[in-house]
Design a protein around this ligand. Structure first.
Ligand code: ADP
Ligand code: MG
Ligand code: MG
Length: 252
C-alpha cells in the first residue's frame, strides 16, 4: 500500500492564511474521516493537495510514497495514484462521461497498454450497476445537467474505475438523499482492501453510519485539532463542535 504524508501544511488564498499547519498521514488500507465546521479549511486541504492553482502553499510538505506531490503537475498527481472527488465537480461540455472515464484510465497506463473498448465497457457497466446508475448517463456530457446526486454518484463511478492508491472525497455525501447515500457508501466500501487509502471529508456524521472510518480528525480554524476513532464522530453528531472549542479554548 501507499502512504500519503501531509506535514505542517500552510496554505494561503489571496494572501489569507487558511491552513495553518495541517499534519495527517494516510496509509493504504486505512479510511480516515476529516470533519469540522464550515469554513474551516477542509476543501482547501483537498484542493491544495490536488494542486488547484488558487491555493498557495507557503510552508510544509505533501509526499506520496516519499515523492514530493507538490512538485508534480496536476496530471502527474493522478498518475501517481491520487484521486480527488470535488465538493463541486465541474461540467465538461462536449465530452461524454464514458469518453472522459476511458481517457482518464488510459492516462494512467503506459502507451501501448491502453484498456480495450470491450474491457472498458464491461468494467463500466459493472460499476454502473453497482451504483444503480442509469446506463444512459455514461453517454451524457460529463456533469452537464446532472443533479447533485448524479454528480456524486459519478464521482464514485470514477473512483471505482480509476482505482487510485489514495482518494480524497470532499463532501461526497452532500445533497444526497438516504438511498443515494447508501449506494455511494456501498461503492466506497467496495473499494476497501489492504492497498486502498481514503480521506473522507464531511461536515455531517451521517455518511459515517455507513462507512466506518479507522480514524476521525476534527479540523478547526485551519488545523487538525483532535483525532480519535469512530466514537469521535458519534460524539460530534450528538453534541456538535462546541465542546471541542471549549476544550481547546477556541473562540469563533
Ligand atoms: P470548508 O471546506 O471547511 O467549509 P473551505 O476550505 O471551503 O472550508 O474554506 C476555508 C476558508 O477559505 C473560508 O473562510 C473561505 O471563505 C475561504 N476560501 C475558500 N476558497 C476561497 C477562494 N477561492 N477565495 C477566497 N477565499 C476562499
Ligand atoms: Mg464548506
Ligand atoms: Mg468544503
Amino acid at each position: 500500500g501507499s502512504i500519503l504524508e501531509i506535514k505542517n501544511l500552510h496554505v494561503e488564498i489571496e494572501g489569507n492564511e487558511i491552513l495553518k499547519g495541517v499534519n495527517l498521514t494516510i496509509k493504504g488500507g486505512e479510511f480516515h474521516a476529516v470533519m469540522g465546521p464550515n469554513g474551516t479549511g477542509k476543501s482547501t486541504l483537498a484542493s491544495a493537495i490536488m494542486g488547484h492553482p488558487s491555493f498557495e502553499i507557503t510552508e510544509g510538505s505533501v509526499h506520496l510514497d516519499g515523492e514530493d506531490v507538490l512538485e508534480m503537475e496536476v496530471d502527474e498527481r493522478a498518475r501517481a495514484g491520487l484521486f480527488l472527488a470535488m465538493q463541486y465537480p465541474s461540467e465538461i461540455s462536449g465530452v461524454t462521461t464514458s469518453d472522459f472515464l476511458r481517457s482518464s484510465i488510459n492516462a494512467k497506463r503506459e502507451e501501448g497498454d491502453e484498456i480495450s473498448l470491450m474491457k472498458f465497457i464491461k468494467e463500466m457497466d459493472g460499476v454502473l450497476e453497482d451504483l444503480e446508475i442509469d446506463k444512459n448517463m455514461a453517454q451524457r456530457y460529463l456533469n452537464e445537467g446532472f443533479s447533485g446526486g448524479e454528480k456524486k454518484r459519478n464521482e464514485i463511478l470514477q473512483l471505482m474505475l480509476l482505482k487510485p492508491e489514495i482518494a480524497i472525497l470532499d463532501e461526497i455525501d452532500s445533497g444526497l438523499d438516504i438511498d443515494a447515500l447508501k449506494v455511494v457508501a456501498k461503492g466506497i466500501n467496495k473499494m476497501r482492501d489492504e492497498q486502498f487509502g481514503c480521506l473522507i471529508i464531511t461536515h455531517y456524521q451521517r455518511l459515517l453510519n455507513y462507512i466506518t472510518p479507522d480514524k476521525v480528525h476534527v479540523m478547526m480554524q485551519g488545523r487538525v485539532v483532535k483525532s480519535g476513532g469512530p466514537e469521535l464522530a458519534q460524539r460530534l453528531e450528538a453534541e456538535g463542535y462546541d465542546w471541542i472549542k471549549e476544550e481547546l479554548g477556541i473562540e469563533d
